[in-house]
Design a protein around this ligand. Sequence first.
Ligand SMILES: Nc1ncnc2c1ncn2[C@@H]1O[C@H](COP(=O)(O)OP(=O)(O)OP(=O)(O)O)[C@@H](O)[C@H]1O
Length: 272
Amino acid sequence: MSVISCENVVHIYHLDDDEVVALRGVDLQIAEGEAVALLGPSGSGKTTLLWLLAGLLRPSAGRLRVLDRDVGGLSTHALTRLRSRQMGIVLQNPARNVLPYASAAGNITFARRIGRAGRSARPIDELLDRVGLSEVARRPAGRLSGGEQQRLAVAIALAHGPRLLLADEPTSQLDLRSSERVIDLLKWANQQLGTTVVVVTHDPAVGDAFDRTLTIRDGRVGMEGRGGQEYVVVGRDGSVQLPPHVQEVLPPGSRAKVRLLAHGAELRRATE
Ligand SMILES: Nc1ncnc2c1ncn2[C@@H]1O[C@H](COP(=O)(O)OP(=O)(O)OP(=O)(O)O)[C@@H](O)[C@H]1O
């Protein structure tokens, strides 16, 4: 069953004298228990999609179901409750994920209480140990380094045993060793606790560690990776986004002949 279902989801930011179309029709399904990395160039719409999934933004158009709810139509109160009980969220800026005056351990305790931690919640010591922060457990979170706050953010997001973890660039400030710890923690949550994990990342190591990758380009899902294979995703209008190495042969604006084959189609650049 799908934990996330997007049908033709559009998001437009309205500025004073301008509009930015960040998502132009996202279609995707993510099943319970999957681990998915969202990849794509800067500005392609990854963070916008993650915020929509978290109910922090509302779609301008399209249908968006998350955790069996039509999140576009939920009240703010219902969204807050859904988020705090069933989701763990790691935002891009590490400092936004922690309470600066509470200790590292206190942050996790607070998240467990707010989220009404169930049986799948792990002990605080174990979470701190898994992100390598046992030694700073009593230190105020505001006095931790950016990288330590980022690791703490992942532990906080998992504190109450959420069904869905949404993380935006959770390894962006980490060295190799800390990054590996966070990736291990995400995989452990996915494989051992059954948490569905969706991570926005530029880090190839995160993409490699996940079963499935979705590449967002120009505000829609352009490519999908599964089992080590990369596929282009055909859009609603029949368009495909050619990968960069194919664009070297078929640059934008070039003409190509389309030939139907038994199990697909072939594109051949026009010679005249
Ligand atoms: N609050 C906002 N107001 C107006 N435009 C925005 C806002 N947030 C993002 N955008 C625009 O929406 C588009 C998608 O941005 P988004 O942050 O979702 O991309 P991204 O793929 O996450 O980028 P990055 O990898 O750089 O974080 C960009 O053109 C961006 O400039």
